[in-house]
Design a protein around this ligand. Sequence first.
Ligand SMILES: NC(=O)c1ccc[n+]([C@@H]2O[C@H](COP(=O)([O-])OP(=O)(O)OC[C@H]3O[C@@H](n4cnc5c(N)ncnc54)[C@H](OP(=O)(O)O)[C@@H]3O)[C@@H](O)[C@H]2O)c1
Length: 254
Amino acid sequence: MNNKVPGKLEGKLAVVTGASRGLGRWIAVELAGHGASVAVNFASSVADADETVRLITEAGGTAKAIRADITQESEVERLIEDSVRWFGRSVDVLVNNATGPQPMLSIEESSWQIYTDQLEFFVKAPLLLTKAVLAGMKSQGSGSIVNIGSEVAQLGNANFSSYVTAKAAMIGMTRSWANELAPYGIRVNLVAPGWIPVERHKDSDTDGYQKQVPLGHMGEPLDIAAAVSFLASQEAKFITGQCLSVNGGNTFGI
Ligand SMILES: NC(=O)c1ccc[n+]([C@@H]2O[C@H](COP(=O)([O-])OP(=O)(O)OC[C@H]3O[C@@H](n4cnc5c(N)ncnc54)[C@H](OP(=O)(O)O)[C@@H]3O)[C@@H](O)[C@H]2O)c1
């Protein structure tokens, strides 16, 4: 007899962009751990994406790595088509997580192109992905979209304005989409991480940042993943248009 309790995302299909490493990997692992089948999107790191899939399948979950540049419309459409075909159902959960390089530049050093590069990841890509999953979500009368923002939208970090601007835009987009899609049973929320060290931070000194965090320590990728899986699930069925800061109390409200 199988006494396994169904996970809170059992039978759901989740697409996580940028899931080959960093926060995306652990968001994918967490969603799969709660029963979702997960499309593990990545741009170029095949071995890393395969490792995310391995972590999921070895724990008894279901996942497939799907390469797609999420800033390109045709590739986004293929990503969603392949996900739906492979797993045999519409997308239930979309996590807009992927990021490209995040340049720290003064205003003088910044060009409009530097700004649009960030908008490509944090406004254009979520828009393309949301458009691609919407028909399926509307026809099933449910869905959860989780945008990964950042505390920088509240902190306004100096010499980081292109990234800060794009992350701030995600907040307005989240709220407007939440209002527009609520009548269809589709919820849209944002998780705003503080600095969560991932592979690309391996040589960074976190001491200064950590001192200012009220809880007194750095967060871990699974702290973000837990917030995403909560918002993705029916536990959050009455929550939409919200920004959830996961940063040890480093910012309040938004
Ligand atoms: N880590 C933090 O401290 C922190 C704090 C606040 C907010 N955030 C936000 O959290 C999210 C994840 O950040 P992270 O630190 O985990 O990033 P990361 O470790 O640099 O990982 C980036 C991911 O995005 C993928 N990617 C890059 N370009 C892509 C493209 N064109 N199409 C599809 N995928 C692409 C990468 O795939 P490949 O491996 O194939 O290149 C990789 O899987 C971002 O939205 C970031 O702004 C992070």
